[in-house]
Design a protein around this ligand. Sequence first.
Ligand code: SAH
Length: 382
Amino acid sequence: MIYDPEVRRETPLLVELRKKIRQQGPMSVGAFVQECLWDSRYGYYVSRNAIGPKGDFTTAPEISQIFGELVGLWMVVAWEGMGKPNPVHIVEYGPGRGTLMKDALRAARAVPQFLAAANLHLVEASPLLVAEQYRTLSHLPVKMRWTTDLTDFPTPALIVANEFLDALPVEQWIKTNEGWLWRGVDLGSSGQMTFGLMPHVHARKDLHTRWSEAKPGAIWECRRTDLLATSFATIAAKGPLSALLIDYGHTDSGLGDTLQAVRAHRYEHPLCSPGEADLSAQVDFADVIAAVTGRGLAVDGPVPQAELLGALGGAERASRLMAANPAAAAGIETALARLMSESGMGTRFKAIGIRSRTLPPLPGLQARRKPAPAQCAVVPIM
Ligand code: SAH
């Protein structure tokens, strides 16, 4: 990775975090990420327009309208599989600028019965992004509301989430000669931020057993997937649930430091610009799947993003768009390649479906070949 470990920028949040660490001691990596993303004054999602060409990183729906349109088609087919309920509660976790849902609902106009049944719930914690989503979506002829709670809507529910899981903070544990210890963020001698260890925490014996071959310096990451799974179980206890989660990550659990910072479409050291860079980490799909199946839900996939989009007719949709607008054909082709090629997002991003056990398998998520091997290196997502 091309970031310079010595570079540190003096951001307003760094000043706050330095005070806090001086008073209270090191903070865990997860607590650091939480502060960087969500500090009420200087948090990244609270204070900046992060997404899109003018922001810091570009997501699939911002690359091409095809992505959101295919997710719209997925929603319609999943709704049919649920028995065409009316009303149906369409939920998006972390809708960003609202682009995916705008494109999805435009594509869904082909099935007026679906749109007539749809109630939209946008789960968003960033006030700035709520305002942006309102600008993008409020003119659409669908009832809509905003919430910050992952379970705050009725069922039958159809949930979609793109690049939501990677934004949930990870904790890191590091193998040392004294065993697996909790990794933290501390201050160096000149007040700069450095990675260190959390004091007064016992070494984790379970990690010693699980990763017995790991060498000192190895890092294991974990998220609160138990809380996520509890949310899905809470929803499914109310009524039928179908969900589509798309994100960058690996299909098998592994070791590796995948915490990454992106600012102005460039990578930098995760401690470089507290509050001014997007922080995210790879999703461990095996962990998510274990957590939700453990709570009684069924899972479809994972499949690479390229397979999901291919199964939903990505290439055909692109051909139709190119035929309708030949002048834009080259741009459409490039965008599709970014979404579907191996060098783009095609295999690094994966999709899983989560559903009530009583529902049929979800569209586009039946794996056609062996899943790719675990990739735990930090990989570009810009
Ligand atoms: N899905 C969008 C945006 C991805 S960025 C796209 O593909 O373009 C992550 C999104 O999740 C942002 O909208 C961010 O504000 C939101 N988010 C992250 N953590 C959240 C949380 N805990 N609760 C609610 N929203 C959250």
